[in-house]
Design a protein. Structure first.
Length: 195
């Protein structure tokens, strides 16, 4: 992997499912949400958790909680607390990066001028994820950019901010991501992409 990036001075990583498995965060948050609903209704936490997990894996996160509320006929007044649990969840143990990054990231960081993590999603939630990942101090050398503060990827707005503030050069920058959104982001920013 190191040799692939030797010609780049600036590295941009996606966060969720690129550097770590997001499901490790979501599983715990969904369990807490299920427990909260079970305490306030006659629905078992297991049913709620299984529904959230299945729906997320099958249909994704868009309107997930709306589908849950409708499916179980749950009062929408619970939604703000559910979102709060999702965005502030704290696991018992920090979530590990994919194991190869503990070996590769230090070398990549030392060879690059700047290494960024550009992530979509609710800013509070994404910051909370970052706080609850076991970075082994690697985060001290990373610059986190929360794209929703600008316009979420694939909009190039967060990269335009990076270019202006850190004087990055597109030809010397590469995006490392896991999704078509990341690929489209790289294309919109006129930078190379690696998955």
């Amino acid at each position: 992997m190191l040799s692939l990036f030797q010609n780049y001075d600036y590295l941009i990583f996606d966060l969720d499912d690129t550097l770590y498995p997001e499901i490790r965060y979501l599983e715990g948050a969904y369990k807490n949400i299920a427990n909260f609903i079970a305490k306030n209704t006659n629905i078992s936490s297991e049913k709620i958790y299984n529904y959230l997990s299945f729906q997320f894996n099958t249909n994704g996160r868009i309107l997930l909680f709306d589908r849950l509320l409708t499916n179980f006929n749950i009062d929408s007044a619970f939604l703000p607390e559910m979102l709060k649990i999702l965005r502030t969840f704290k696991p018992k143990h920090k979530i590990s990066l994919y194991s190869e990054f503990y070996k590769v990231l230090p070398a990549l960081i030392s060879k690059s001028k700047y290494t960024f993590v550009v992530t979509n999603g609710n800013v509070e939630q994404q910051k909370n994820k970052v706080k609850n990942i076991n970075w082994e101090h690697l985060n001290e050398s990373l610059i986190f950019i929360y794209a929703n503060r600008f316009n979420k990827k694939p909009s190039p707005d967060s990269f335009n901010f990076i270019k202006k503030k850190y004087l990055t050069k597109p030809k010397k920058t590469i995006m490392i991501g896991d999704s078509n959104t990341d690929k489209d982001f790289a294309e919109n920013c006129n930078i190379n992409f690696f998955t």
